[in-house]
Write a protein that binds this ligand. Structure first.
Ligand code: AMP
Length: 392
């Protein structure tokens, strides 16, 4: 992909505006998980080392545009950023009219989503933001799939726009591993619904040597294979699509395995009693909430034998202690394996944290929706804009 990279630009004395995705969870005015802030630190360090005056932009949550709502303020992020950097981070609540800033200074601007026109990619808003800087740096992979004023519009409006190191590393890694993977390549796609991941399943089937589905998605495939899933979460409307995908896998000489054994419960609750069942023995009043131990071993073996593993979504209700073992087994098998592994998606990141397997995963994507759209082969509007302005 051809776009300008921040690493290659001389930035001394320039006003740099960097779009990050610092949309971290905040509770009681404090940041409760700072992973996204930490991910942006190398970019911030590099910008300051290069002698730029740095304005940081981000969104947080989904506030109503035009309304200042303190629960979506980035002020707690500024505080956490100060702690992590050990230096002053000036917070600017009111910045669209202009910000006085010197080289070597760092300013965090209030939530871009407080501005009217952000979501609709208003050209005037994008121009106003672009006029505040000499160079715009798009570094937020997690929002690159949205054409908004602070992601796509501003790239086109800025006098110079480039990709930041976090974004370009993410794009390089995903591109390399999807287009030129070490084989065999395995994808594990879990989560609640087939409907949200139908396209990605379809595309992955074309690319991978093996596809494992998990969670509520697997339940739909179990039902599509003719087994009773009792009261499990599944999508009757998508049985036909699941059957089509199973046939597509067969036509390629592969399969989409369904779990041999599952963990079921009579209610969806953390205290529900877990029972291991053969998948063909699920009763009418039971719901499948995890894969069983035999299946966990089988999937772990598949992971161990792979050259590349893409992981998105849990294979069970990992938030409930009794139904976390399957997702733990998958996470730990990826952790142990020597495969090049990529994990992405909100719940996947939560599972990685929960099972402390971060170190063993080759690349953890910061984007949820953007990660899936990239895997689907869709172009990401902010990246297309970066390519356009670079004359690609
Ligand atoms: P998603 O947001 O689509 O990635 O789905 C993630 C959610 O799916 C997690 O909160 C899991 O608890 C949930 N999940 C995984 N397996 C199941 C299952 N068998 N039944 C219901 N929910 C599940």
């Amino acid at each position: 992909m051809n776009y300008l990279r921040m690493e290659n630009l001389a930035l001394a004395g320039k006003r740099l505006m960097i779009r990050e995705a610092l949309n971290v969870p905040v509770s009681g005015g404090h940041v409760t998980s700072d992973a996204r802030i930490r991910a942006a630190l190398p970019t911030i360090h590099l910008a300051l080392e290069k002698g730029a005056a740095v304005l940081l932009l981000s969104h947080l949550g989904r506030p109503v545009e035009g309304e200042i709502d303190v629960q979506f303020s980035l002020r707690p992020v500024a505080t956490r950023l100060e702690e992590l950097l050990g230096r002053e981070v000036r917070f600017e609540a009111d910045w669209l009219g202009g910000v006085a800033i010197e080289a070597g200074e760092l300013v965090l601007c209030e939530n871009v989503r407080f501005n009217r026109g952000e979501k609709s990619n208003d050209a005037a808003l994008a121009r106003t933001m672009a006029d505040l800087c000499d160079v715009f740096v798009m570094d937020a992979f997690g929002t690159a799939h949205r054409a908004q004023a602070s992601t796509e519009g501003i790239v086109r409006a800025a006098s110079l726009a480039c990709a930041g190191p976090l974004l370009s590393r993410e794009l390089d890694t995903l591109e390399k591993s999807l287009h030129d993977p070490v084989r065999p390549m395995l994808a594990i796609v879990g989560g609640s619904k087939v409907s949200t991941k139908l396209k990605v399943l379809d595309v992955l089937l074309d690319k991978v040597d093996e596809l494992i589905v998990g969670g509520g998605i697997a339940n739909t495939f179990i039902a599509a294979s003719g087994y009773d899933v009792g009261r499990s979460l599944y999508e009757p409307d998508l049985l036909h699509d699941a059957q089509r995908l199973i046939q597509k896998a067969h036509a390629k000489g592969g399969s989409i395995p369904i779990p041999k054994d599952v963990v079921v419960a009579k209610s969806f609750s953390p205290d529900a009693e877990p029972l291991v069942r053969d998948v063909i023995e699920v009763a009418q009043d039971e719901m499948i909430l995890d894969i069983g131990p035999l299946t966990a071993v089988e999937y772990s073996r598949a992971i161990a034998g792979s050259g590349t593993v893409i992981w998105n979504g849990p294979v069970g209700v990992f938030e409930f202690r009794h139904f976390a073992a399957g997702t733990r087994a998958v996470a730990e098998a990826i952790d142990r394996s020597s495969a090049f592994s990529i994990a992405g998606g909100g719940d996947t990141l939560a599972a990685i944290d929960q099972f402390a397997v971060k170190e063993g995963i080759s690349y953890i994507s910061t984007g949820g929706g953007a990660f899936l759209e990239f895997v689907e082969g869709k172009s990401l509007p902010a990246v297309v804009a970066l390519q356009d302005v670079a004359g690609d």
